[in-house]
Write a protein that binds this ligand. Structure first.
Ligand code: HEM
Length: 209
């Protein structure tokens, strides 16, 4: 299994580090997707406190992953440039799990849904267009029919989860900028780092981001 999950394109050792960190984050996104689906199911069946607790657990998982960024920052930009020569066209913008996670938080605005962000992941785009219910929508549907205390707990848990998400995006942008340099051409057909810089602060919930 270890061999099959490690298929580098170069001999430079930092590529191993990069691939493993990428895989750990992908796994993390999958776990968070399961958490969010449970949170949405709990909310829509009137178990708001359970929903809040599960969302806080997801936030905890996201916080625990923070240590991966300084680890990945030990990768030499020159090494990254070397192995990226052989992966033209591949980009984490094509990560289905990341976009599923994002769209389970809130329905993406039409502009984003029709941009490369979602046209790169057609299955997820189709799910959204078919009416996938996000946490943002589920909360808005029930917030006035549950007690103010429960609604407050869920809202606060959402704020904490959103903060952890924004922190992830800032760390990612920081490392991408350091590795590529502000003048570098973007990977995956987006222009440089402008894509990331333009989207990293958009709201996780309730902003049609
Ligand atoms: C030094 C390492 C990294 C660099 C230089 C980098 C660079 C970039 C760039 C430039 C983009 C914009 C799309 C594109 O042009 O390809 C992007 C998107 C993305 N990256 Fe990274 N990245 C790095 C590490 C990671 C890691 C470890 C993950 C974890 C899974 C990750 C996940 C993503 C995701 C999910 C997107 C899409 C974001 C969106 O569409 O909103 N990246 N990255």
């Amino acid at each position: 299994m270890l061999r099959l999950t490690m298929l580098p394109v170069d001999t430079v050792h930092d590529e191993y580090l990069f691939l493993r960190v990428l895989q750990i984050f992908e796994l993390l996104f999958s776990l968070l997707v399961v958490d969010l689906e449970e949170v949405i199911a709990s909310l829509t069946t009137g178990r708001a406190r359970i929903a809040a607790a599960r969302l806080d657990a997801a936030t905890g998982t996201l916080h625990e992953s923070r240590a991966l960024w300084p680890l990945l920052a030990t990768m030499q930009p020159e090494a990254f440039a070397l192995f990226r020569q052989h992966t033209e066209g591949a980009s984490a913008i094509q990560s289905r799990t990341y976009k599923l996670l994002e769209s389970l938080c809130a329905r993406p605005a039409d502009a984003r849904l029709n941009s490369l962000a979602y046209t790169s992941v057609p299955e997820i785009r189709a799910r959204v267009r078919d009416g996938q219910v996000s946490l943002d929508e589920a909360f808005r549907a029930v917030q006035h029919s549950i007690s103010a205390g429960s609604a407050g707990r869920v809202r606060q848990a959402m704020d904490r989860f959103a903060d952890a998400n924004l922190r992830w995006r800032r760390s990612h942008l920081g490392l991408a900028t350091r590795t590529l340099g502000p003048e570098a051409a973007g990977t995956g057909n987006t222009s440089r780092l402008t894509y990331l810089a333009a989207i990293h602060h958009r709201p996780v919930f309730g902003g049609g981001g």
